[in-house]
Design a binder for this molecule. Structure first.
Ligand code: OOG
Ligand code: MG
Length: 265
């Protein structure tokens, strides 16, 4: 049984309310067992429209499930994308409150800021690197709207790839000034001084620029493109770590610098 057009809007509203009211909901695929990935992107599109209609602005996009660590942790084996909004932005060194979330997790990522548009299909890593102006260290707070943070591929796509908050380090590094390539950049995630996870840029599709290329090519199938000035999160390098009140979170990336935030009640 295929999903009827009216359902896309209904599920999008449900997901938006769950985010707004900070409560978990049952997976859409418990209702619609054969929900396809194609259909789930239509639900995501409705969700994006709802947010835009309520006055929010898109500030970038993100790839998710681009490293083996993330795929294994979430038990979903395909990459996904979602959109980042102005209300999700947290300045580095800023504070978030646990009451803003359902069951938040944090992951360390490499962000790209484009200097030129990128339009698929067939965008390559080399093209991404020449279109990129800056790279920056990032921490992404993900907060699945689904019960127990468990989902299948179509569920998480519909839920805007669990997007919740994004923290970008205060230093933007011009990409051409990097002394080692992004795949060799080490990343460490500390919470309250304790190392929770570490890895290197290569964990993300062998090179994080490959992730941005995949994004441009996935968007091309929807008639969309990446634009100059866009911020792109390329995906968690390591598994995501649960957040609790009192946490001070620091992401340290070789050459790119630090990015941090703290969590209060
Ligand atoms: C989906 C979002 C994954 C990433 O960086 O891999 C993601 C999830 O794990 O909830 O943002
Ligand atoms: Mg992420």
């Amino acid at each position: 049984m295929a999903v009827k057009v009216r359902h896309y809007r209904k599920f999008a509203e449900l997901l938006n309310e769950a985010e707004y009211e900070k409560r978990e909901i049952t997976r859409i695929t418990e209702d619609i067992l054969d929900l396809s990935v194609e259909e789930s992107y239509k639900i995501q599109k409705e969700l994006i429209k709802i947010k835009i209609n309520s006055g929010h602005r898109i500030i970038g996009s993100k790839m998710g499930l681009t490293s083996q660590a993330k795929m294994t942790q979430m038990n979903v084996k395909e990459p996904i994308y979602g959109y980042l909004f102005d209300y999700m932005f947290v300045p580095s060194g800023g504070v978030v409150h646990l009451s803003e979330f359902i069951h938040p997790k944090v992951e360390v990522e490499i962000a790209f800021i484009l200097g030129e548009d990128l339009e698929g299909p067939n965008v390559t890593r080399t093209q991404v690197l020449s279109a990129t102006k800056y790279v920056a260290p990032a921490l992404e707070i993900i907060d699945s709207r689904y019960k127990d943070f468990k989902f299948t591929l179509p569920d998480v796509v519909a839920d805007n790839a669990s997007s919740s908050r994004v923290v970008i380090g205060s230093t933007l590094t011009p990409i051409h000034t990097l002394k080692i390539d992004l795949d060799l950049i080490g990343a460490a995630l500390y919470i309250n001084g304790e190392l929770k996870a570490c890895g290197a840029g290569a964990a993300v599709f062998n090179h994080p620029a490959n992730s941005a290329a995949v994004l441009a090519n996935m968007l091309a199938r929807k008639g969309e493109r990446l634009k100059a000035g866009d911020m792109i999160l390329t995906g968690g390098i390591t598994e995501a770590i649960n957040l609790t009140a009192g946490d001070t979170v620091i992401g340290q990336l070789d050459q790119l610098g630090d990015v941090s935030f703290s969590v209060k009640e």
